[in-house]
Design a protein. Structure first.
Length: 335
């Protein structure tokens, strides 16, 4: 189920994005951390506003039936549920009213339960493909190695492990996880992802709110605003960039939704949009798949001034002359 966009890094859980051990951080992990923070900086400074490539909160899953496009594969009995509450340990959904529960409590090692996306999505035009999700951790069964593997595939049958996260944590709660997939996941016509839980006599495992994000490799495109008509006014944009006024064009990332708002100056009225925009409402939205140009038309406000005394005098005089002329014509007709 597609939900409203949420903050990419909820609840200040940056430190939980990777399972960092007390030993010396490996070079691979250091590189991953650098990539993640580079992505944070890029998204924060580039005006990135496109929807995630994928967003799933599992609201439409019921019982053992996953949402459309997803399936469960296991080498043991399929025991993945889409519930309103979690058990063993008890927990509530992170997002909405549903969560994913892998019922691995007390299940011996060797069983795996793979929740996979069968309906692929495209990453053509995107790089740094990143899987973000909420993973519930708890202090039960500390010796157990039950874990989730974040996986990806370009054909839906050959799967690659990108990163793994244990369920055990001395501090219970939802933990934000984020994994940058290898470069092989970029620029793909079809990409599948999966979350595979491996049992180890531990507790149940819980997952919620999956997002896939990326950085566009397509050059930005330009939105231009032109003003027409005899009136005056200003056009602004959200995301910011256009304030026309003086700044009447701006570059945006491909697929960005831009809202333009026209504000007439005193004595003028906004008439409507033209070009690649349409309608008569003050605000209009456009999706930037390519360079676009919109026209805002402003016209002078129609005068509703009350006539002056001299103007009223001329009106009355004109009516009197007209009345006199009509009287003369009728008198001649009578005579």
């Amino acid at each position: 189920m597609i939900k409203k966009k949420k903050c990419l890094f909820p609840k200040n859980e940056y430190i939980n994005a990777f399972p960092i051990k007390k030993e010396k951080i490996s070079a691979k992990l250091s590189i991953q951390i650098l990539i993640v923070f580079a992505l944070i900086f890029l998204f924060a400074t580039s005006g990135f506003s496109a929807d995630p490539l994928l967003e799933e909160s599992f609201e439409s899953g019921t019982g053992q039936t996953p949402p459309a496009g997803w399936s469960v594969v296991s080498n043991c009995t399929d025991i993945v549920y889409f519930n309103t509450v979690g058990t063993q340990p008890a927990c509530s959904p992170y997002e909405g009213s549903k969560l994913v529960e892998y019922q691995t409590y007390g299940i011996a090692p060797g069983c795996y339960y793979r929740l996979r996306l069968d309906t692929p999505f495209s990453t053509v035009g995107w790089e740094g493909v990143t899987v973000a999700f909420e993973w519930h951790e708890d202090p039960g069964a500390p010796e157990a190695q039950d874990k989730v593997s974040v996986m990806w595939s370009t054909d839906g049958s050959s799967w690659n492990v990108a990163e793994e996260f244990r369920r055990y944590n001395p501090v219970a709660g939802w933990k934000f996880k984020m994994v940058v997939l290898p470069a092989g996941a970029d620029e793909q016509e079809n990409l599948h992802i999966a979350f595979t839980v491996s049992s180890d006599n531990g507790n149940n495992c819980h997952l919620d709110f999956v997002q896939v994000i990326a950085s566009s490799t397509t050059p930005p495109v330009t939105l231009t605003v032109n003003k027409t008509g005899a009136g005056e006014g200003r056009v602004t944009s959200m995301p910011p960039g256009i304030d026309c006024g003086s700044t009447c064009s701006a570059d945006y990332t491909v697929r960005t939704d831009v809202t333009l708002t026209a504000t007439p100056s005193p004595g003028s009225v906004f008439v409507g949009w033209g070009g690649d925009c349409s309608g008569t409402n003050a605000s209009t939205s456009i999706t930037m798949y390519s360079a676009q140009a919109c026209t805002a038309r402003f016209e002078p406000e129609k005068s509703t001034a009350i006539p002056t005394l001299s103007e009223w005098g001329m009106i009355i005089f004109s009516l009197m002359l007209a009345g006199s002329a009509i009287w003369m014509i009728r008198r001649r007709q009578v005579s």
